[in-house]
Structures are given as structure tokens and as C-alpha cells.
Design a protein around this ligand. Sequence first.
Ligand code: NAG
Ligand code: NAG
Ligand code: NAG
Ligand code: NAG
Ligand code: NAG
Length: 201
Amino acid sequence: MANIPLQLCVEVLLYLAGINGPFPDVVYEVNSSLNDTTIPDYVDCIFKRFDTLYKNGARYFVLMNTAPLELSPLYGLPGKGGLAASHYWPDKPANITEVSYKMKEYTQLVNDIYAYRTPYEFFMSDVYYNPAPYLSSPANVTGQYYLCDVATGSQCTSSNTTLDHFFWYDELHPSEQVDKAIAKEFINVVKGTSNARHPKH
Ligand SMILES: *[C@@H]1O[C@H](CO)[C@@H](O)[C@H](O)[C@H]1NC(C)=O
Ligand SMILES: *[C@@H]1O[C@H](CO)[C@@H](O)[C@H](O)[C@H]1NC(C)=O
Ligand SMILES: *[C@@H]1O[C@H](CO)[C@@H](O)[C@H](O)[C@H]1NC(C)=O
Ligand SMILES: *[C@@H]1O[C@H](CO)[C@@H](O)[C@H](O)[C@H]1NC(C)=O
Ligand SMILES: *[C@@H]1O[C@H](CO)[C@@H](O)[C@H](O)[C@H]1NC(C)=O
């Protein structure tokens, strides 16, 4: 995983979003100087990868925008599925409202910067707010299907409701149905038939 160059950019963002976590261990393994990075560094990181790919002959690019992580159980608001702690982030700060707001600022800022550089944008949050075409009814967009204990992450339970009802597989990762929606839109983008044009264009 750490060999994929883009992963490094993603880790910069996760580091920024968490400040004290999550995944600090992974980040420090990759680069112990990450504590000096900022959001513009993250965006530059992404576009530098594109420059490298371009130099190596690539000519067509699809940039996946940043997922609405503030809607995930890991970064969500209290009362909207937000968890007080998770095995991904056991020492999450007590004010999870503030964590969620911060994540919202970061993801929306990053996607807004992308919008000035790329013409299309598919919003995962469209699936969140309008799940009917994608998830089985009744849709569950706030909870996660699979949850492990905070302390060890090894005692896990799956919901008795089947996965096709869920937006989130676990507290951070979207479910298969959401991945399918993204894949379908991805094919439309490649074909040039996507309607997911960013309002700025
Ligand atoms: C770590 O990041 C800093 C700042 O982006 C960069 O100058 C440095 O080369 C990186 N180190 C490694 C080992 O990647
Ligand atoms: C940031 O990283 C540097 C090493 O690159 C370290 O000396 C410094 O203590 C770190 N600062 C914080 C706040 O973790
Ligand atoms: C938590 O953070 C929010 C947003 O910054 C703030 O409005 C609220 O007062 C904080 N709550 C506590 C208990 O500090
Ligand atoms: C959604 O799933 C969570 C479990 O992950 C559960 O606690 C919650 O009650 C569910 N919400 C609805 C509306 O079914
Ligand atoms: C699922 O159902 C079983 C048996 O009805 C119950 O013991 C278990 O607690 C349920 N799991 C969840 C996550 O609700």
C-alpha cells in the first residue's frame, strides 16, 4: 500500500484531518516531517503525481475527489452516527462535533480547489442524501455495517441488516453499493457521458 505514490498524498490529508490521529503510525513510517504539511501541500502532492505520470507518457487522468468523510461514523456528528472512539482512532478528542466540522472544512476546501483544476466532480454525498437508487430500503447512511471494539479492533460484529442497506461498510469505508455507484459514474466520466459536472464549470 505504501508503495503507491498517491497513498502518500492521502496520508498527508488524513494526517491533517486528525492532527493527533488517525493513522499517525502509518504516516510517521512514510515521512516523519508530515507535521509541517498544510492543505496546499496535500493538493500539490496530488498534482505533482500527475506531472510525473504526464512525463511518463500518461495523457488521460481521472482525479477522485475527497470523500465526504465528515459523514462517516469515524468523523460524523453526534446523533448522526458519529462515534466517540474507534479502533482506527482510540484517543479521538472528546468534542467529536469539532472533529466533524474540521473534517467538513478540509474535505470541502480540497474539493473546491480541485474544482478549479478539473472539470468533473462526482459527489459521494449525492448518494448519502439520495440513497434510494443505490441502497436497499430502508437505507442506513449514518451507521456502519461492521464494527470492531475500540481497544483491540479484533472483536468485530456485523449488523443483522444486510450490507446492501448500508452506505458505510465500517466507520471509515463506504460499502460495496457506494463503490458500485462510483464505478458506474467513473465509466460515464471515461465515456464522456457523465452528468457529474461541477457547478463551477
Ligand atoms: C518528507 O517530506 C518533506 C516535506 O514534504 C520532504 O522535503 C522530504 O523529502 C520527505 N522525506 C521523505 C523521506 O520522503
Ligand atoms: C515534527 O517533526 C519533527 C521531525 O521532523 C520533530 O522534531 C518535531 O518535534 C515534530 N513536532 C511535533 C509537534 O510533533
Ligand atoms: C464542541 O465544539 C463545538 C464546535 O466547535 C462547540 O460549539 C461546542 O461548544 C464544543 N463543545 C464543548 C463541550 O466544548
Ligand atoms: C443504522 O445502523 C446502525 C448500526 O451500524 C444502527 O445502530 C442504527 O440503528 C441504524 N439506523 C437505522 C435508521 O436503521
Ligand atoms: C443479531 O442477531 C443475533 C441473534 O438474533 C443477536 O444475538 C445479535 O446481537 C444481533 N447482532 C446485532 C449487531 O444486532
